[in-house]
Design a protein around this ligand. Sequence first.
Ligand code: ADP
Ligand code: ADP
Length: 226
Amino acid sequence: NEVVSFNHVGKTYTGGTVALSDFHLSVKEGEFLSFLGPSGCGKSTALRMVAGLGEATDGDVSVFNKKPKEMIQQTNDIAFVFQDANLLPWRNVLDNVLLPLELRGGNKKESKQTALRVLEMVGLKDHLKSYPRQLSGGMKMRVSIARALAAKPRMLLMDEPFGALDEITRQTLQMELLDIWQQENMTVLFVTHNVYEAVFLSSRIAVMSARPGRLSSLIDIDLPYP
Ligand code: ADP
Ligand code: ADP
């Protein structure tokens, strides 16, 4: 069951930087796929294309059998988590997580139940009323992940989400993310330049070469989890 396909994709930015070249990849439903490679190899460019942020200059990308531009308008199937948690400072934890549900205009009571459920999953149910400035970096990232999950996405896109965290916090969040991935049965696309992180988290690694961004190999990993 293919959810994403990159079909010989090339991306040249205005100014001439070639970020991707003949990039070819197919992602199946339920995979945890990491894009791994050195800085500048086009990982973020590839991930952003899946979200419809930036178009291919050669070839094409399809997501759930649609072009990403159609996706954005039609569905809420994709959620994006960035390295910076991007929380609204004037909203508390609960209200930050409620935001996408409010934007969608859902039933208030159900929205609150959903928000509480995902905040419990990330271990923040005792911090509902805290504001972002009162939280550590790891807690902010948990809020950001909860906010993404609240929208019940079929696919979670993450761009170096743990890059700014200390090692212990990073490891804790990696384990939590693995639990969530298994519980929610989602496809996860994950960008990292950290080999250990890719090996620990992924069911499959797309190794990219430096320049221009090409796929150099695909590694399948049998996770030691049920
Ligand atoms: P990575 O995520 O692997 O670090 P990026 O996808 O961010 O790589 O960038 C790939 C290449 O494209 C880099 O050389 C980067 O400088 C360039 N690049 C990325 N975004 C833009 C942009 N908006 N305009 C011009 N060049 C860009
Ligand atoms: P990452 O590699 O994690 O994507 P970057 O620092 O490379 O982070 O990029 C951050 C932002 O700056 C992105 O939106 C990217 O498109 C933009 N960017 C990166 N490189 C360039 C560049 N050479 N010219 C213009 N914009 C760029």
